[in-house]
Design a binder for this molecule. Sequence first.
Ligand SMILES: O=C(O)c1ccccc1NCC(=O)[C@H](O)[C@H](O)COP(=O)(O)O
Length: 203
Amino acid sequence: MEPVRAKVCGLTRAEDALAAERLGAWAVGFVFAPSKRRVTPEQAAAIGARLGPFVMRVGVFVDAPPDEVLAVARTARLGAVQLHGREPPEWAEALRRHLPVIKAVRLSGPPDPALLTYPADALLADGPRPGSGEAYDWGWLEPLADHPRLIVAGGLSPERLPELFARLCPYAVDVSSGVESAPGVKDEARLRAFLQRVRRGCG
Ligand SMILES: O=C(O)c1ccccc1NCC(=O)[C@H](O)[C@H](O)COP(=O)(O)O
């Protein structure tokens, strides 16, 4: 059975990042765009430095030009970048010469199938307002179903994973507010419940 990978996004505290690693997250995300969870590159570097070598550090950006993204990635020691805005494909191509790129799409209806040709290493399907916990109709993911690396995000929680996995088996899931007690503060019990369910997979 293929594993389902998990990324815990919107980290602002080392203790939450360490809990995510200990409980089995494959990746942690740092938001560098305007957000209640925004961190500086230096804060992300300090949190990332506490983690072991096998946890991917992902930086979340919204419409930041490639030079800016690469400068942040160097300081924060990121392993991959997640583009959450309307970045032109040329920006993703430029970034992919240096780092893996995850293209995020905000869904308020079924996505344009042209998204499948966007130059990215993975696609992330998010809710209409990232980090808000707002969900969407998973039926809208149909046009992206054949993508080999589809990451499902947006309003996920330990309670909603069983229904998601009964409907589709994505490459990975991404969660932020569904495992929080306050913006940027993760709740260890909810994190544990989420990651335990992910580890059991779709079967
Ligand atoms: O978290 C934010 O505030 C944010 C702001 C701007 C762009 C992206 C942002 N977050 C990215 C994510 O963390 C994902 O959208 C997240 O996993 C899904 O959020 P949630 O619905 O809260 O689980």
